[in-house]
Design a protein around this ligand. Structure first.
Ligand code: NAD
Length: 321
């Protein structure tokens, strides 16, 4: 089996390459940049800009054909980035998604996986009943990143209807783990909180946290996300599928979990900032029908992630000898 992973230099793409290698695939990784934190495990890694149609055509050209194409390339980041880079996000991601699905269909690949996001859903009230995949409509995403994802889902589905391309679409909830962006403005909440706690000198201190701590989220450990991606791609399930942990916590609880894992006494100082939606609660019945379960609790996932971010913080703060 041959797989192409677009966005293989990034966080989830890098972990997906490793999983596919473990499963015995021949893997080509493609990204506009080299992997930042670890050597790629792909058999072949091409530096390509997937906004360009001819570079997408190059990405999908291989002896034989690709059985699976995983499209995870995106210009993306946490809430701070999503709110400050609306034009880049809408333009770059639309170009990538239009060009890649077209190239994949022209090449006649076996299956095309697209990484969408639960950002396509509207905001929710705390304790509101679960949204199913069909509740995406009438559409009212909270941000432009979500609107582009919804558009890209529809483009992929149109190619599926009109060209016979077999498309699988996952809507990811927040994903975290080692080798994810942890600084620079694109990091998401779990990595940002781990970094801030790691940066506190000694055993106690205060960290700034956007909002008032009451926003409800779920955070999915990267190995669970990757397992959902491969199960869905190999399945017969058509239409979008939510993938995420059913363990919902407040941002305040996330901070407390990181502090406990770090063994530090941390006081959050809540400040103005781009928080995003107030609450989340999604149905996972579709992905669970494929035997998928979130295996890693937030406490265990943070216990695997915090030491890696702590090491990164120390590496950049220690003077080079
Ligand atoms: P990431 O930023 O770590 O990886 C995305 C990769 O895409 C990066 O390595 C980037 O260089 C690459 N890329 C950007 N523009 C490109 C271009 N023009 N050509 C080629 N490569 C390009 O992000 P991630 O967290 O691994 O996310 C992977 C996918 O999952 C994205 O589509 C993202 O929107 C989606 N997603 C992620 C989350 C999450 O919590 N991480 C949640 C919902 C959806």
């Amino acid at each position: 089996m041959k797989a192409l992973v677009c966005g293989a230099g990034g966080f989830i793409g890098g972990h997906l390459v490793k999983r596919l290698k473990d499963d015995g695939y021949w893997v080509r990784g493609v990204d506009v940049k080299e992997p930042e934190f670890a050597e790629t495990e792909a058999d072949e890694f091409l530096l390509l800009d997937l906004r360009e149609p001819d570079q997408c055509a190059e990405a999908v050209t291989v002896d034989g054909n690709f059985d699976h194409v995983y499209q995870l390339a995106a210009d993306m980041g946490g809430m701070g980035f999503i709110h400050s880079a609306e034009c880049e996000i809408m333009r770059n991601n639309a170009f990538i998604n239009l060009s890649m699905v077209h190239a994949a269909s022209q090449a006649g690949v076996g299956r095309y996986f697209f990484s969408s996001s639960v950002c396509i859903y509207r905001d929710m009230e705390v304790e509101e009943p679960e949204l199913t995949e069909d509740d995406a409509y009438p559409a009212f995403p909270d941000n432009e990143y979500g609107w582009e994802k919804l558009y890209a889902e529809r483009v992929a589905q149109a190619y599926s209807r009109n060209t016979g391309l077999k498309v699988r679409i996952a809507r990811f909830q927040n994903c975290y783990g080692p080798q994810g962006t942890w600084r620079g403005g694109r990091e998401k909440a779990p990595a940002a909180i781990c970094r801030k706690v790691a940066e506190v000198p000694g055993q106690s201190g205060t960290i700034d946290v956007w909002g008032n701590g009451s926003a409800v989220r779920s955070y999915t450990y990267v190995s669970d996300m990757v397992d959902g991606i491969v199960r869905l791609t190999r399945s017969d399930v058509e239409g979008p599928v939510n993938i995420g942990s059913p363990e919902y916590v407040t941002v305040a609880e996330l901070v407390a979990t990181v502090a406990e894992v770090a063994g530090k006494d941390i006081e959050p100082r809540y400040i103005e900032g781009p928080v995003g939606v107030q609450s989340r609660n999604f149905s996972h019945a579709r992905i669970e029908s494929l035997g998928w379960r979130a295996e890693v609790s937030l406490r265990d996932g943070i216990a695997r992630t915090y030491p890696w971010i702590d090491d990164q913080v120390r590496e950049v703060s220690e003077p080079v000898p």
